[in-house]
Unconditional design. Structure first.
Lengths: 265, 233
């Protein structure tokens, strides 16, 4: 729920119903259902192999579930099954309304294109053609993710991991998406770089009133960013609720184990 | 006077699955009524469940059974059964909670830590910063520290920053868990004054204060809480 109650506050933005994905006989994720509302941040936590990434792929229209549906609310207010739209419609949705921040910036950036180009490309993909305006927007976004704007023409290969990750975030947010998927966004970074990125994400998510579905195995990251948590184990959600409730008063044996296994989440 | 909080037959048992499933009953059949403009201080020995009760009211701990009814404008919300997003909305402008410890966010300056809850209610940055500066001044946090993250502050300083953050938004219901625990006499007095004026302005307060002097200075009523009789497990 957003602070001032936006006009979009009329229903969930995304509705996931009984999503199940098998890899042959192996369960990737099973019977997952939840809603995400405008401005909400949901964290999906669990250890490696618990099905977090499979679930994220299913709900972000990257991997068709074996069973179940994923519906997204269009700006006109209609819930549409993302796997029932045409490929063109789905691609357009993914470019305009959604963002996807990968753990490895190389998976989300075009490494052979300059920093400004990486951001501007997104605007051109939705029809912007004014070079001056695109360059200005790219500069503005570089500034927002704490880049020296003088690096606008530099290649991502010349950036550190933390800078590449911030560039990937800018590339994903420049179009003003309503829903952003994040897969371990602070995963491979040094602790000090992580803190900076986390704070940046926290501020951007609040300012832009983004809805975010965040996969992480780091409970401290989840506490800082997520309103709600889902704890996954062996492909199933074993516990879900308010973030601080799940972390401070976990109910399921597995959540208790997960929380008690780390230092001060 | 308006009923701000009604707790009905609240029960809470911790089940520690990592400790062979041991059951620790903490609250059983707890009732509590708090009206606007009251400061109810929970009284009872260590282990009576005072902090657990506050955390249940805030939605931080999950109630096993019973009701926790909080007035939110014209609506009554049962925290024991409400959706997470309803509880988050409740925390934004209706229920405040101040614990003994500040949870610091990397890189965020003290002034922003304090003003953030007010900004989240839609108040502009300039006004929120001004209110934060007022509170920090009253709580004797020197101005040179305002633009530094509080991570390196002393325990007493962090606690005062936490009090400022917890009190910046005028909430109809305020939960205080030992907000004066590590403060010196002068700062304790300031916090007592702030709590008293908050109560006088109509806020309902439920608090835990071990210091008898502070308790006597703020309480309009004491409520006893006793440890749950050992269940035959």
């Amino acid at each position: 729920m957003t602070a001032s109650g936006t006009p979009e506050e009329t229903g969930p933005l995304l509705r996931v119903s009984s999503v199940t994905r098998y890899y042959g006989p192996i369960v990737g994720c099973r019977d997952v259902s939840f809603d995400i509302w405008p401005g909400e941040v949901i964290g999906i936590v669990g250890e490696s192999g618990s099905g977090k990434t499979t679930l994220l792929s299913c709900i972000s229209a990257r991997l068709e579930p074996t069973m179940g549906t994923v519906e997204f609310r269009s700006r006109a207010g209609k819930m549409t099954d993302v796997y029932r739209m045409s490929e063109a419609e789905r691609r357009f949705l993914m470019r305009t309304e959604w963002g996807f921040v990968h753990q490895h910036p190389r998976d989300g950036l075009r490494m052979g294109v300059s920093a400004g180009g990486n951001i501007g490309e997104r605007l051109m993909a939705v029809g912007d053609r004014n070079y001056g305006a695109i360059r200005e927007a790219a500069g503005d976004w570089l500034h927002r993710v704490e880049f020296d704007v003088g690096r606008i023409d530099d290649m991502p290969t010349t950036f550190s991991g933390g800078m590449q990750q911030r560039l990937q975030i800018a590339r994903n947010l420049v179009n003003g998406p309503r829903l952003v998927f994040m897969d371990e966004p602070t995963g491979g970074l040094d602790v000090s770089v992580q803190a900076r990125l986390l704070d940046l994400l926290r501020v951007l998510v609040a300012e832009l009133r983004l809805s975010v579905i965040l996969v992480t195995h780091d409970l401290a990251v989840a506490r800082l960013l997520a309103d709600r948590l889902m704890v996954m184990r062996r492909g199933e959600v074993v516990e879900a609720g308010l973030t601080d409730q799940v972390l401070d008063d976990p109910q399921h044996p597995y959540s208790q184990l997960l929380v008690s296994s780390v230092l001060q989440p | 006077m308006t009923q701000a909080l009604q707790v009905r037959n609240l029960a809470k048992t911790f089940v520690l699955h990592t400790q062979n499933g041991v059951h620790l009953p903490v609250l059983d059949g707890v009732d509590l009524d708090v009206r606007a403009g009251e400061c109810v201080v929970l009284n009872g020995p260590s282990g009576a469940g005072k902090s657990t009760l506050l955390r249940c009211i805030y939605g931080n701990y999950r109630a096993d059974s019973g009701e926790i009814l909080i007035r939110d404008g014209d609506e009554i919300v049962d925290v024991a059964s409400a959706e997470p997003r309803r509880i988050i909305a409740l925390r934004r402008a209706t229920v405040g909670y101040v614990s003994q410890f500040l949870r610091v966010v990397p890189r965020v300056t003290t002034i922003d830590v304090v003003s953030e809850p007010l900004r989240m209610t839609g108040v502009g940055r300039a006004e929120a910063t001004e209110r934060a500066a007022d509170l920090l001044t009253r709580l004797r946090i020197p101005e040179r520290l305002w633009n530094v993250p509080p991570a390196t502050f002393s325990g007493g300083e962090q606690q005062r920053v936490n009090v400022a953050r917890g009190l910046i938004v005028p909430m109809p219901l305020l939960l205080l868990d030992e907000p004066t625990a590590s403060l010196d006499a002068e700062n304790r007095k300031t916090v007592v004054e702030i709590i008293r004026s908050t109560v006088a302005a109509g806020t309902a307060v439920v608090g835990i204060f071990h210091d008898a002097e502070v308790r006597d200075a703020v309480a309009t009523r004491l409520v006893d809480l006793q440890p749950v009789a050992k269940a035959a497990a």
